[in-house]
Ligand binder design. Structure first.
Ligand code: SAM
Length: 426
């Protein structure tokens, strides 16, 4: 278990299997080996092992809870819900099962039931910082009015007061304050945090995002790495909550409309591949499919998901510059939102495409007719249509198509987005 906790999966697996050689039905070894198999991308094997453990010790709340987590992370929300409920039959005050149950109820768009579970959780565990944090996110995501965003402020403050190392609570607090138009308070949260951790790229970037410092031309590499390395574990789950995250599907459909019928004939780069959600959509077109991302944590997840011929940990603009005329398609879903000025990355993408190749990407939309990119309180940039047009035109692209859409939700509201396609002239 120590090896497992230290993320030494190969060692831990060998040791669990040694235990099982000695005692074939040792339930903890079966249970934890099941968790490990899932972490290692073998979710079906993980489910089977934990089910075996539960046949031996049916009233084991942690095992039911962990089985629920595997179902949740595989998108099987109903099965996950059933497992958390079984965990709670064994231990009605199981904090993790309660908070997980609330999360899957919310993901199934059953907010009233989710709220009732959050209430039960905080009654059972009034000092559980994570519970306040999750309730704060829930209130903000499902806000019916300003009072819910105000209540989320209280939750994030409480989470941080209970657990001063819980810095995600600070970030969430600041986003809520910003949403409430309390920019000065939002900036102050980051100033205080920076005072304690002057080298931390997250408060540095986010202070700029809420107007307390000058915005960089794109998010710093350190900020992207830190943010997504710590987000990697829960990224897919967060997207489950933002049920309307559609950038991969919408971009894949836009590409399918201009590409020949899928014939595994193209060299495709998934630029900012994250956990690899685009891979299965691009695979039918790809002779070679490569994913690149700055975050090693996200790339690790993409590797487990599979579907790529190669995955690289690298900064996108530099990577494109080093691969001239290498690709028939470059796709970038929800990644250029971390770039303010699009000129350099557009020029690098143009050079990296073969003549006739397509660039497809999504942006968050800034309204207005001028040429502008703005760093918003979320830490991402919004771009005007003219900015995208200008950057792509300057880079040499022709056949530029920009369509308005909504590719995900934030604070319960659809986020206006651009779906952009541009072709390097043949
Ligand atoms: C919101 S995620 C989207 C991931 C994936 N494309 C998807 O649709 O699920 C944005 C990704 O962009 C990556 N990213 C941001 N800036 C980058 C850069 N300059 N170079 C490489 N990757 C970057 C982040 O690490 C993160 O994985």
């Amino acid at each position: 278990m120590q090896a497992h906790q230290a993320d030494e999966l190969a060692t831990a697996e060998r040791l669990y299997r040694e235990v099982l050689d000695l005692r074939v039905a040792q339930p903890d070894a079966l249970h934890y080996l099941g968790v490990l198999c899932h972490q290692d991308g073998r979710s079906d094997e993980g489910v089977a092992l934990i089910r075996t453990a539960l046949r031996i010790t049916p009233r084991h709340p942690d095992a039911h809870n962990n089985l629920g987590n595997i179902h949740k992370e595989c998108g099987r929300l109903r099965e996950a819900e059933a497992c958390y409920r079984r965990a709670l039959e064994c231990d009605p005050r199981h904090h993790n099962a309660l908070s997980n149950l609330a999360v899957v109820l919310e993901a199934q768009q059953r907010p009233l039931e989710a709220f009732a579970v959050f209430e039960k959780l905080l009654e059972a565990a009034p000092r559980f910082a994570q519970g306040y944090y999750l309730l704060g996110l829930f209130l903000r995501n499902n806000a019916q009015g300003v009072e819910h965003v105000e209540q989320s402020v209280g939750c994030f403050r409480q989470a941080y007061a209970l657990e001063p190392r819980f810095v995600q609570a600070l970030e969430a607090l600041s986003v809520s304050l910003y949403t409430l138009d309390r920019q000065d308070e939002a900036a102050q949260v980051y100033r205080d945090w920076l005072e304690r951790e002057p080298d931390n790229p997250v408060p540095r970037h986010m202070l700029a995002a809420c107007g307390g410092a000058a915005a960089p031309v794109r998010a710093d590499d350190d900020y992207v790495r830190d943010t997504f390395d710590s987000f990697a574990e829960s990224f897919d789950e967060q997207l489950l909550k933002n049920l309307d995250y559609r950038a991969p599907e919408v971009l894949a459909a836009a590409l399918a409309a201009v590409l020949p019928a899928p014939a595994a004939s193209l060299d495709i780069l998934d630029a900012g591949c994250g956990t690899g959600l685009c891979a299965p959509l691009l695979r039918p077109h790809a002779r070679r499919l490569v994913g690149v991302d700055l975050s090693g944590g996200m790339v690790k997840k993409a590797r487990l998901r599979g579907g790529y011929d190669a995955l690289e940990v690298a900064e996108l603009t530099a990577y494109l510059q080093q691969h001239r005329q290498a690709w028939d398609v470059v796709l970038s879903a929800d990644t250029l939102v971390y770039f303010g000025e699009l000129g350099p990355v557009a020029a690098a993408a143009h050079a990296a495409l073969r003549p006739g190749g397509w660039l497809a990407f999504s942006l968050e939309a800034e309204e207005g007719d001028d040429d502008r990119a703005t760093l918003s309180s979320s830490g991402r940039y919004c771009h005007t249509r003219r900015h995208a047009l200008h950057a792509l035109g300057q880079a040499g692209f022709g056949d530029i198509r920009i369509a308005g859409d909504s590719l995900r939700k934030e604070c319960g509201q659809p986020v206006r987005s651009w779906v952009v396609m541009a072709r390097r002239e043949a």
